[in-house]
Design a protein around this ligand. Structure first.
Ligand code: IMP
Ligand code: MG
Length: 189
């Protein structure tokens, strides 16, 4: 499969468990820049607090915040919804909460992927209860047709088929987050 070639690395160390490139490193870079420009325009008057949902959104957050030309603030929270499996349990656990107060802030949740939508739905309610001035979502990936909970997503990087994917922050059992592109996962979870 010549498709393993991403732009910068060939990812040979991971090739055994990877299928096709779903989003190339260059496509990610270009799209993140576009999202940054859009957010810069939309929030020009009120720089947002970016809330990164650990761990999957780390790569996205790191690139996105540098593509926004505003004095943004950042904070992190960690949730667990999957355990070690590749299907959602529907149960969301807060592993690490935010450090900052959300009252009257314009909050933008930065998520890696919206699959069933259960994680995001829970997060929205959880953070919405802290009286932010606005609460929106920027998701890198949206899986087509998988949402069990309808979501209003202000920004979406890419809409993809409902394959399990890894790379650019996305993992299976904590691996493959350090890939620069996004691939289908074909190994054993
Ligand atoms: P949801 O609650 O079903 O929307 O699942 C969202 C969370 O599950 C994401 O924040 C990811 O951490 C994880 N997840 C969902 N799909 C994938 C995938 O294809 N690869 C890696 N992680 C995923
Ligand atoms: Mg995960």
């Amino acid at each position: 499969m010549g498709s393993l070639q991403s732009d910068d690395f060939t990812a040979q160390w991971a090739a055994h468990d990877l299928g096709d490139v779903v989003v190339s490193a260059k496509e990610v870079r270009d799209r993140v820049r576009e999202l940054g420009r859009q957010i810069t325009q939309d929030y020009a008057q009120n720089p947002p607090l970016l809330v990164c949902v650990l761990k999957g959104a780390i790569n996205f957050m790191s690139d996105l915040m540098r593509a926004i030309e505003l004095p943004v603030e950042v904070d992190f929270m960690a949730v667990s919804s999957y355990g070690a499996a590749t299907k959602t349990s529907g149960v969301v656990r807060i592993v690490k909460d935010l450090d900052v107060d959300l009252a009257d802030r314009d909050v933008l949740i930065v998520e890696d992927v919206v699959d069933s939508g259960l994680t995001l739905n829970y997060l929205r309610q959880y953070l919405g209860a802290r009286s932010p001035r606005s609460l929106e979502v920027c998701a890198l990936l949206l899986k087509e047709g998988e949402q069990r909970v309808e979501q209003e997503l202000k920004y979406v990087g890419f809409t993809i088929d409902s394959h399990f994917v890894v790379g650019y922050g996305l993992d299976v059992n904590e691996r493959y987050r350090n890939l620069d592109a996004i691939y289908t996962f074909t190994g054993q979870a």
